[in-house]
Design a protein around this ligand. Structure first.
Ligand SMILES: NC(=O)c1ccc[n+]([C@@H]2O[C@H](COP(=O)([O-])OP(=O)(O)OC[C@H]3O[C@@H](n4cnc5c(N)ncnc54)[C@H](O)[C@@H]3O)[C@@H](O)[C@H]2O)c1
Length: 343
């Protein structure tokens, strides 16, 4: 039997998510983890237990000819510069969300991968969850009619135990509180349905937790194509994940049974006009690994990566407007992708 081609990759950042990604790569069909890097020497133990090369130098990773792709699992404010550096080294990039924190930065990151001719992928694994793929298929096929509105919620309480000086609680790394942690995944799905956003109204409050950059977020995004997304993301309540799209002929709703860290399956409910709702219990699937494998397939020239660069840019432009709105208390216009500085 013919063996699948394999992409040799390195992970930068071996914290919570980098370690989850490392184990997914080790069980993937088309990626091989050849080295890891973290500025924190304490991460070495995790790599040694798995027999993977570890260093504290990002430059060593970029200089290693064996490394064909780099997976970035570092704090948000570093993503843009690291994407640019990896692309300039001629390597493919998988970057955790959000790709960047501003429209100009994401345009710079995309320009760097385009000029290097490498693949860019992003850690929005919800796109690869089987019920979300079915919801998107129903939407794109027209079965739901014209998409009118998205209602979505991604909440959790994992950050309540973080020390107060953790980067995730800083306004520089995570403006608008839950927006970069979980809200961004829902915004990405809304962009996949509606395209570019036109305006965003976001409100963030610290209601009952030590999370100084906010524990409770409500977002109303309006899209150029029509349609709204109502996004709820709370970091002080137990896990809930729900994504629903309402169309002029029917609606579809996905409810998660657990956090994507440890998927336990989903309930997909669909309802077409004049018909009874249909409820499907869907088994667990490793969407994080599917996303990584799609990255490798794209880098190896086997298939296009399913999240377009246009959508990546549109998502960060809407994210930036959410930051501005949370700070100003006003509805903020989303910068147009074609007005962004290209570097
Ligand atoms: N896709 C998802 O569902 C999901 C879930 C959780 C986290 N994430 C994303 O993963 C990324 C990392 O988050 P986390 O929760 O793992 O954070 P974390 O703090 O647990 O881990 C980050 C790691 O990066 C290391 N680091 C920092 N700067 C570095 C540098 N310049 N070079 C090498 N290592 C460096 C830190 O020492 C730390 O070990 C973020 O972008 C986050 O949004 C995505």
């Amino acid at each position: 039997m013919e063996q699948d081609a394999v992409l040799d990759v390195a992970i930068i950042g071996l914290g919570w998510w980098g370690r989850i990604i490392a184990d997914h790569i080790r069980s993937s069909r088309n990626l091989r983890l050849v080295r890891t890097s973290d500025i924190d020497e304490q991460a070495r133990g995790f790599a040694s237990e798995r027999g993977i090369h570890f260093s504290t130098s990002f430059d060593d990773v970029l200089a290693d000819d064996r490394v064909q792709g780099v997976v970035l699992c570092t704090p948000h404010s570093q993503h843009t510069e690291q994407i640019v550096a990896v692309a300039r080294a001629g390597k493919h990039v998988f970057c955790e969300k959000p790709l960047s924190l501003t429209g100009d930065d994401v345009a710079r990151a995309v320009a760097a991968v385009e000029s290097a001719g490498v693949t860019l992928a992003v850690g929005h694994e919800k796109r690869f969850e089987p019920p979300i793929m079915e919801l998107m298929r129903l939407c794109k096929s027209g079965a739901l009619g014209v998409p009118l509105q998205v209602e979505a919620n991604f909440s959790q309480d994992k950050f309540l135990s973080l020390p107060a000086d953790n980067w995730r609680l800083s306004t520089k790394e995570a403006p608008a509180g839950p927006m970069t942690a979980t809200g961004i995944h829902l915004l990405d799905l809304a962009v996949a349905i509606f395209g570019e956003a036109e305006s965003v109204h976001a409100s963030v409050k610290q209601l009952d937790s030590p999370l100084v950059n906010g524990d409770t977020l409500a977002v109303l995004a309006s899209f150029k194509s029509g349609g709204h997304a109502l996004i709820s993301a709370i970091l002080a309540t137990p896990y809930v994940g729900r994504f629903a799209v309402y169309g002029s002929r029917g609606w579809a709703e996905v409810r998660d049974k657990s956090h994507p860290e440890c998927p336990q399956g989903w309930i997909l409910t669909t309802c077409m006009r004049a018909q009874a709702p249909q409820v499907i219990d869907m088994p667990a699937a490793p969407a994080v690994r599917y996303n990584l494998e799609a990255f490798a397939d794209a880098a190896l020239g086997r298939a296009a990566y399913p999240v377009s660069r246009k959508q990546m840019v549109a998502n960060v432009c809407a994210l930036e407007a959410a930051f501005r709105s949370a700070a100003s208390g006003r509805i903020e216009l989303v910068c147009a992708a074609d007005s962004l500085a290209r570097h």
